[in-house]
Design a protein around this ligand. Structure first.
Ligand code: NZQ
Ligand code: ZN
Length: 392
C-alpha cells in the first residue's frame, strides 16, 4: 500500500426529514446566501423546507446555477455574495450547485486577481466562506469532498480544481429529495458513481485488499439498487442506498493508498465542454472504450473485477476480461445511458479536437501516464461505433 494522509471533516446528516437540521449547524448570527440551480427545488418542496429551516435569520437566495456550472454565472453569485456580505453559503441542489458554491466560497474573498485563476492555474486558495448544503442528486460525491469542476463559456473549457478549504461544513442527505429526479439524471448519477469507483479500483495491485473490497461493495450496491429505483423512483431504501453509495464513491476513502486513473473523467470533461454531454453520459461513452484499449495494463484488476463483481468463473482469462467489459457497458445502457458517440450524434469531426486538448492541458494521463494524444484518439474511435446488438 502507498503512504497516505486522510482527513475528511464533513459532517453528514443523513436520512428522511433532516433538512430542518440546517438550523443547528449554521451559527444563528451569520448572514446566509442560499445558492440553487434551475428551479427543481421550487417544484419538489425542498426550497420551502430550506426556507422554513432558515426562518427568522438574515438570508437571501441566488438561483440559476446551470448543469456544468459556468464561471460566468458563478461570478454573478460572487457579486451578490460580496454585496450582501454573505458569511455562510448554502448549496441546495445537485453536484453542479455544490461545485459552484465551492468556487463562489473561494472567489468571494479572493484578492489575487481574477478568481478564474483558481480553476485555470490552480492559484492557491487562502480563504473561503464556510458553506454547507442539501444534496438533491446522488452522483458526484461533491457533498463530501473538496473538489469542484467549473466550465467557462467564453473559452469553452471545463476544468477540475480543489482545495482543502472547500470541504463542506455539513451535508444534508435526505433521500426523499431525490424522488423527483428525472430518469435521465438518476441514470447519470449511477454511472458517475460507478465510474468514480472504477477509476480508483481498476488500476494496478498495490496489495490494498481492504480498499478493493470497499470499492467492490459500492459497485455491488449500485448494481443491485439501480433496477429498484428504475422500477419505483419513490423506493426510499433504494434511493438511500444509492445516495450513500455515491457519497462513498468519491469521499476519498476508497482511493487512499492506491493508484487512481481519472483518464476517463478528463476525456469526458472535453466531450461535455465541446458537445454539452451530461457528465454521467460522457463517462458511459469513454469508460468501456478505455477498458478495451487498456485491458493489458489493467489486466490483474480487471480479472479480479470480473470474478468478484460480475461472478465470471472459468480458466479462460481473456474471456473473463472481455466479458467483464461487456457487462460494464451493458450495465450503463441498462441503467439508461447510451454508450457510444454515435448515440449522441457526435461524429469523428466532432471529437477530433479532443486528443490535442487533453494533451495540451494534462500531458499524459492514466495511472501509468501512458495515455497520450494517440491513445485518446484510439479511445474515441473505439467509442464511436454503435454497440453490437446483444453485446451492448
Ligand atoms: O438545476 P435544477 O433545476 O436543480 O435541475 C437539475 C439539473 O437540471 C436536476 N436536478 C437535481 N436534483 C433534482 C433535479 N431535478 C429534479 N429533482 C431533483 N431532486 O438535475 C440536473 C443535473 O444536475 P447537476 O447538478 O448538473 O447533476 P450532477 O449532480 O450529476 O452534477 C454534475 C456536475 O458535477 C461535476 C460534473 O463534472 C458536472 O459538472 N462533478 C463534480 C465532482 C466533484 N465535485 O467531486 C466529481 C464528478 O466527477 C463530476 O465531475
Ligand atoms: Zn464523475
Amino acid at each position: 500500500m502507498k503512504n497516505f494522509t486522510y482527513h475528511n471533516p464533513v459532517r453528514i446528516l443523513f436520512g428522511r426529514g433532516t433538512i430542518p437540521k440546517i438550523a443547528e449547524w449554521i451559527p444563528p448570527e451569520k448572514r446566509v446566501l442560499v445558492i440553487y440551480g434551475g428551479g427543481s427545488i421550487k417544484k419538489n418542496g425542498v426550497y420551502d423546507q430550506v426556507a422554513s429551516a432558515l426562518d427568522g435569520r438574515g438570508w437571501s437566495a441566488f438561483g440559476g446555477i446551470e448543469p456544468n456550472p459556468l464561471y460566468e454565472t458563478c461570478m454573478e453569485a460572487v457579486e451578490t455574495g460580496r454585496r450582501e456580505k454573505a458569511e455562510f453559503l448554502l448549496a441546495v441542489g445537485g453536484g453542479s450547485v455544490w461545485d459552484a458554491v465551492k468556487f463562489i466560497a473561494a472567489a468571494i474573498p479572493f484578492d489575487a486577481g481574477d478568481p478564474w485563476t483558481i480553476v485555470s492555474e490552480h492559484a492557491p486558495v487562502r480563504e473561503a466562506i464556510p458553506f454547507g448544503g442539501v444534496l438533491t442528486l446522488a452522483a458526484t460525491g461533491s457533498e463530501m469532498n473538496s473538489g469542484s469542476v467549473i466550465s467557462r463559456r467564453s473559452t469553452g473549457e471545463k476544468i477540475p480544481w480543489g482545495s482543502p478549504l472547500v470541504f463542506p461544513r455539513f451535508s444534508i442527505l435526505d433521500p426523499e429529495t431525490t424522488f423527483s429526479l428525472p430518469e435521465r439524471q438518476t441514470a447519470n448519477g449511477i454511472v458517475d458513481a460507478y465510474v468514480h469507483v472504477l477509476e480508483q479500483y481498476l488500476t494496478y495491485d498495490v496489495n490494498a485488499p481492504l480498499q478493493g473490497r470497499q470499492a467492490e461493495a459500492i459497485l455491488h450496491t449500485l448494481i443491485e439498487e439501480a433496477p429498484k429505483v428504475r422500477a419505483n423512483p419513490r423506493d426510499y431504501d433504494a434511493r438511500a442506498n444509492l445516495m450513500w453509495a455515491a457519497t462513498q464513491a468519491l469521499n476519498g476513502l476508497i482511493g487512499v493508498g492506491v493508484a487512481s486513473d481519472w483518464a476517463t473523467h478528463l476525456i469526458g470533461h472535453e466531450l461535455t465542454a465541446l458537445h454539452g454531454l451530461d457528465h454521467g453520459r460522457s463517462l458511459a461513452v469513454v469508460m468501456p472504450a478505455m477498458l478495451r484499449l487498456r485491458k493489458e495494463a489493467k489486466r490483474g484488476k480487471l480479472l479480479l473485477y470480473a470474478r468478484r463483481v460480475w461472478g465470471i468463473d472459468g480458466d479462460d482469462e481473456d474471456r473473463a476480461v472481455n466479458e467483464a467489459i461487456e457487462r460494464t457497458e451493458h450495465f450503463f445502457r441498462d441503467v439508461g445511458c447510451p454508450t457510444r458517440l454515435a448515440d449522441y450524434g457526435i461524429d469523428p469531426e466532432g471529437w477530433a479536437p479532443i486528443p490535442a486538448r487533453v494533451e495540451a492541458r494534462w500531458g499524459r494521463i492514466g495511472e501509468h501516464r501512458d495515455i497520450g494524444r494517440e491513445e485518446v484518439e484510439e479511445i474515441l474511435r473505439l467509442a464511436s461505433g454503435t454497440a453490437a446488438r446483444g453485446k451492448a
